[in-house]
Each structure stands twice: as C-alpha cells, then as structure tokens.
Design a protein around this ligand. Structure first.
Ligand SMILES: Cc1ncc(COP(=O)(O)O)c(C=O)c1O
Length: 354
C-alpha cells in the first residue's frame, strides 16, 4: 500500500512553521522609506509601548535576533562577579545553546535535577551554603522556563515562591519565555495571566518569544526592572544581537501584541496539541504519558516497533528525537497546524508503525 499524503504542517517544532499573515503584512508595512537604524525608529518606539502596555509596567524591551541571544543578554545583565546561573538540568540554556552562556558570560551554570523541567524553592534554598564562600561560585541568577522544555507549566504561585527565595538570597530571576504565549494561553489566556506569573510574581526579566508564535524571526528581552537594563544596550551590541534594521523585528512584535494575536496563535497551537493527543492516544506503537498542557507531546515508542519503521515515519514527516535512549520523540504543534494535518499524521502512523 502506498504511503498516505504527508501533513502540510509537520510536527517537528513550532519554529518550523511559517510566518503569520498579519506579521507578513506588518513587515510589508514597515518596509516604507528610510528609518534610523539600531532602534531609533517609530516601529521600535511603538513596540516598546506595546510591551509596556502588555506588562502594564515601565519596562525596557530590547529586540534581538534569536532566543539564545535573548537568554545570554538577559542573564549577562544580572550576573554579579563570580555569579552563576541556577537552572534546570533540561533547560534550553543548559542543553541546547552549545554552551553560549558559559562561553560568552564566563559563568557557571548550576543545573539542578528536575522532574518535568520544574525547579522548586527548596532546591534553590539548598544552594545557600555557597553564598559568601570565596571558593564557590555565587548563585546570582535563577533562570526558569515557562512553559518548560517538557511542556509543563509553573503556576503563578509557584513562580512567586521561587522568586521570593531567589530574592532573599540576593539573586535575580530570569524567565525564558520562548513559549511564554503558550503558557499564557494555557493558564487562562489573558494579559492579566501573563502579568500574574511575571511582574506580579517578581520576575526581573523575560526572554519574550516571537519566532515560535508566528514571527519570521526575532525575540525581545523585557526588563521588568529597568535598573538591570542599564548596560544591556552595550552588551546586546557586543553579543552581536543588535540588528541595524531593528524596525523589522519591532513591527513583527507589534503585529502579534496588537489585539492579542500572540495569545490566539498560542491557544490554537495548544488546542491542536490536545486534538493530536486525542487522535493518537491508545495507539499500539507508542505511549504518551499525559495530555499536553501546551503544544508538545512526548511519545515513547514501544520496544516492539522496529527502528527502521520509526525512521520511515520520520522520513515521511520529520520530527525530532527527545530522548533516544528511551525511544522518546517530541511532536509539536504550531499556530498554523490544522485538523487535516492531524488526520494525515494519524494515517501515517497507522501506515508506518501501526
Ligand atoms: C526553551 C527555549 N528557549 C530558547 C529557545 C531559543 O532558541 P533559538 O536560539 O533557536 O531561537 C528555544 C528554541 O527552541 C527554546 O525551546
């Protein structure tokens, strides 16, 4: 039997998706005449106001090229001398940034073991004995990811508790929000929800994701404490994260933030992940431990499925491994996933590994 038609929008990652039409329109609209480079342009002024409105706070928002750059810039702005970054063992900064924070910041990452990517206040408290000891790096920034790399969520109360401990210990708190939109949508889908787990919880700075939410490229570092942004402009340039035509990133963000398209896009991606879960749960070839909270599923293939059948499935519609030692993969939905993609993928699963 010949293979079914592969999904148009595959399930590899939300950053495999294309650009949302409203973002494309915004890019075209920004493509008008000359504008002062390096951020001194009307689009960047507008996006900065949009971020201030979003957080209802006097923020500094710096546009950057990508998420790794956003994280490194944010962390570097808050590290004290001999400072270390406390993070989860599976955090993107720890496992997926090719050591960029260590190389560029010259700082140790203190990666703590987590279940589902979530740190606890007790783990942070447990690092207290390092403080003031000249032989030890000084826990200086706590970095958490929301939603986590495992697709789990911190509640606003959990983040507030982490911030409280971190601040008591003289640390600053960074939130890697590559998927902050998915978290916001999953926790209730409003600006108030976003504020509840960032500004109100005590987060000091946010890497605010755009690329996975319908932008062509670009992320922003949003400093909720302006003091931390004092030298960030220089650092952004030194870390090669200052685009001269920054207006094109700013215009994209305004398109997403306007009328909360960012939440709609993320809600759609999250809904599609739940639909995918419903469509494939109980499949004999793999097991998925729980219904997704955001837009990722982590299927573990059964030992009875031959490796070459999984590879044939992957060749037909690409996806990444998550933990090859467990035969675990990751499937992700995006703002543009459709029910048709899901039924096509289900047909492919039956065909290749069914
Ligand atoms: C949790 C998290 N943080 C940050 C990033 C940003 O990475 P990039 O540098 O590829 O934009 C990603 C991308 O996959 C991510 O999943």
């Amino acid at each position: 039997m010949s293979a079914p038609v592969a999904p148009l929008h595959r399930f590899a990652s939300d950053n495999n998706a294309g650009v949302h039409p409203a973002v494309m329109e915004a890019l075209a609209a920004a493509n008008h005449g000359h504008a002062t480079a390096y951020g001194d342009d009307p689009w960047t002024a507008m996006a900065t106001r949009d971020f201030a409105d979003l957080f209802d706070h006097d923020v500094v928002a710096l546009m950057v090229w990508n998420g790794t750059g956003a994280n490194v810039l944010a962390l570097g702005s808050a590290l004290s001398p001999a400072g270390a970054v406390v993070c989860s063992d599976c955090s993107h900064i720890n496992v997926d940034e090719t050591g960029a924070p260590e190389r560029l910041l010259g700082s140790k990452l203190m990666d703590l073991p987590t279940r589902g990517g979530k740190l606890t206040p007790d783990q942070v408290r447990g690092l207290r004995h390092n403080l003031g000891v000249v032989h030890h790096v000084q826990p200086s920034v706590l970095s958490i990811t929301q939603s986590t790399e495992w697709g789990t969520l911190y509640s606003p109360t959990e983040i507030a508790a982490l911030c409280e401990v971190a601040h008591e210990m003289g640390m600053r708190v960074h939130l890697d929000g590559a998927r902050i939109a998915n978290a916001t949508a999953a926790l209730g889908g409003s600006r108030e929800v976003l504020r509840s787990f960032t500004r109100d919880a005590g987060v000091d700075m946010v890497s605010f994701g755009g690329t996975k939410n319908g932008m062509m490229y670009g992320e922003a570092v949003v400093f909720l404490d302006r003091e931390l942004a004092r030298s960030a402009g220089y650092t952004r340039k030194q870390f090669t994260q200052l685009p001269s035509k920054v207006r094109y990133i700013s215009a994209q963000f305004s398109a997403l933030l306007c009328e909360d398209l960012w939440i709609d896009n993320a809600r759609h991606a999250n809904d599609m992940a739940r639909h995918l879960y419903q469509a494939v749960r109980g499949h004999p070839a793999f097991h998925i431990a729980s219904e997704p909270s955001v837009n990722s599923l982590f299927p573990t293939f059964s030992p009875t499925v031959e490796a070459d059948r999984i590879e044939a499935l992957r060749d037909w519609s690409f996806f990444y491994d998550w933990d090859p030692s467990l035969r675990q993969a990751r499937w992700m939905t995006a703002w543009d996933t459709t029910p048709l993609d899901i039924s096509a993928f289900r047909a492919g699963l039956d065909h290749f590994v069914g």
